[in-house]
Design a binder for this molecule. Structure first.
Ligand SMILES: [Cu+2]
Length: 177
């Protein structure tokens, strides 16, 4: 009888510990509402700019301005690593794709989280992006990379959209606001 009581007490202690751990996990919240990336030239491309990611009702608002581009469309993605060290930008890895999906357009159901489509540069080489993305979450993209490509993302070819080399790279960080 005594031994049974002891066992019961052990179970209660064990259950108590588990509960505490679960509570700690649940209470960890993401406290940032705006992230920002300063995008800098890869090599001597001369492409630069910045982009913000802001929590909004319908998803994450993505707003940015870039310059120094060749006129036309340029693939614009979140890549796996916030690492712009390589001379050709390849240190940023492939597209950020936590769901293991195929490459697609930002409006597709099946897409990489990092598939932000294209930015279109005008004759002066300036481009901007301004739309709300329902797939991206701030918590998952913090610390990842932003890459602008030399060519257009065809939104189809696997796994990169055949957007060519990398002309600008940035790291997504916490904005001061
Ligand atoms: Cu890319």
């Amino acid at each position: 009888m005594k031994f049974t009581t002891f066992l019961t007490a052990l179970f209660i202690i064990a259950a108590g510990c588990t509960e505490t751990v679960e509570q700690e996990v649940t209470e960890t919240t993401f406290e940032h509402s705006e992230l920002v990336a300063t995008v800098m030239p890869v090599g001597d491309s001369g492409v630069s700019g910045s982009v913000t990611f802001t929590e909004s009702e319908d998803g994450v608002a993505i707003q940015g301005d870039f310059e120094g581009l060749e006129p036309g469309n340029h693939g614009f993605h979140i890549h796996q690593y916030g690492d712009c060290r390589a001379d050709d930008g390849t240190s940023a890895g492939g597209h950020f794709n936590p769901a293991g999906n195929n490459h697609g357009a930002p409006t597709d159901m099946e897409r990489h989280m990092g598939d932000l489509g294209n930015i279109e540069a005008n004759e002066e080489g300036s481009a901007n992006v301004d739309y709300t993305d329902a797939t991206v979450t701030l918590e998952q993209i913090l610390g990842r990379g932003i890459i602008i490509h030399a060519g257009e993302d065809d939104l189809e070819s696997q796994p990169t959209g055949a957007a060519g080399s990398r002309v600008a790279c940035g790291v997504i960080g916490i904005a001061q606001n």
